[in-house]
Design a protein around this ligand. Sequence first.
Ligand code: URA
Length: 290
Amino acid sequence: MEPGFTNGNWDLPDLRELLLFYRDAGVDAALADTAFDRFAEPAPQTAPKAGFRDEQPAPAGRPSPKPAGRPAAPVVKPAEMATPDETQVALARELAANAKSLDELRAHLTGFDGCNLKFTAKNLVFADGNPDGPLMVIGEAPGRDEDVKGLPFVGRSGQLLDRMLGAIGHDRRTVYVANVIPWRPPGNRTPTPHETEICRPFIERQIELAAPRVIITLGGPSTKALLKSSEGIMRQRGNWKNFVSLSGTEIPAMPSLHPAYLLRNPAHKRLAWRDFLEVKARLQQLDDQS
Ligand code: URA
């Protein structure tokens, strides 16, 4: 018998310990209302080949027939089964392109069911700060604190980001903050390339609508997704690139190190400090020209 589990019931203190253990291990999102005992599942069976018997394999996107004796899986509503595919990428592009304002874009994202991450996240994390500010900062994806509050960069990384921005004379009254992915990946896992592709049209349109003078991309994934470069962030940081909007407008972009990385590697804060000073100088130069 498992410790703390007597007569089919958990002792509450042990259950609390178990949940804390799961939370610390990153398992902090419930994916369905009903628990599902995966240990009770029989070993996977090989699907019959097409034409081998009368049964044909289920068409792509439809669940395959349930083998006899298999325990019932939790009921998942059709919308929750949304699988990232080319159709969803195309729909995301269309919705993003049709948004005429940031409010419309947020509304389109709210109604968009094409990304599975939406169904495990608590909130859409659209943006924070001032969309009319000269600087836009873009991270990868929300974490737990951001998911709970529905705002980007409000946890420990966000506090460090605020200090970094403060050091160059900015705060959220002058900076617009967003992420490439607007929903928290469960357990803070890395978003898949397909999830990134689905969300990319929205953040690209968000940048286009906010039209900042300068962008900072924080970390490798955000830099890769928006500046279309495959090199590692250590090579790219500190070097100006251009973000090219869907309509062809170019916005100077500075790749820098992600604050979460800097929290783990404080010795590299001096590199980010250099990048942020570059940004400050560029904004000053643009101000002087206007
Ligand atoms: N990390 C990110 O990339 N974005 C957030 O909003 C928070 C942490």
